[in-house]
Design a protein around this ligand. Sequence first.
Ligand code: AQP
Length: 332
Amino acid sequence: HPRVFSGIQPTGDLHLGNYLGAIMNWVKMQETHECIFCIVDMHAITMKHDPKSLARATRELTAGLIASGVDPDKAILFHQSAVPMHGQLTWILDCVARIGWLDRMTQFKDKSGADKEGASAGLYVYPVLMAADILGYKATHVPVGEDQKQHLELARDIAEKFNRDFGVDLFPIPEPFIQGAATRVMSLRDGTAKMSKSDPSEMSRINMLDDGDTIMRKFKKAKTDADALPSEVAGLAARPEAANLVNIHAALSGQTAADVLREFGGQGFGVFKPALGELAVEKLAPIAERFRELKGDKKTLDGILHRGAQQANAIAEPILQEAKRAVGFLKG
Ligand code: AQP
């Protein structure tokens, strides 16, 4: 039966790319599907991190997700390290995945930078942990941004190989669910780089907690060409910065890019940017306000995560047992 799994790392502040590429879809899907949303703190330690910040970031992200509309009464919301399956299934899947497969992962190449030898082994097997996250719940649909497509394909390969190698039909092959008008939100400074928390320039991204003035300023200063907006989507083809702003508008206003161009085609950025800024402020300000109310309430947040972890564990534990049996481990 259909089951949705998706994860997000508690590293840095939520930005508009996370919201439009992932979280907005989570909020929609929780109305129609069984959903499991995971704060992937085990993924967050693959890079150098500070333990105190990680604990704070995990709570803050919980608050941020709830403020964005994730409802712990409709979806399971928990942190990864609280459910033992993630680590245990990863080991089994490490032995299924091939080194050649991992060598092709572009995110490792990007994140390990120049010093590949000095990167953690965890960063290298990161996609296998992600496969365990998904397969350990027998998830069928995984809403993600486009940047995660390659990892999802790897999870599919691992599921198929596991089923084939052990002659079982244990893991469903998960489908990526990449949807919305902004599946790849780009930097406001460079229309060819994705908006990301690790970009050193604050002007490159809209943070979910930016105040109204900051949002307006960032959009007004966003890099663009000097031409007016085209009246048709085809006219955006060689204009990555313009395309990005139009897609952001479309995603925030719940329209298509064509709709946005029907309204703004022929207008210059002097008109479009402030309109986009105002739309973003209107959508994001209530989220930021709810976030501020929630984020100090440690007890409530920890309670939500604890309950979510119990619910997640109840689903994952029997699946882990099936996987252990399939590879030939005796019952403990
Ligand atoms: N720019 C983006 N456009 C669309 N979707 C995006 N996502 C991230 N950036 C964009 C989606 O957000 C979800 C959570 O991703 P994550 O926790 O893995 O965050 P990330 O990819 O590490 O975020 P960053 O900002 O991109 O971090 P760095 O800078 O460390 O690489 C995922 O569904 C992702 O697709």
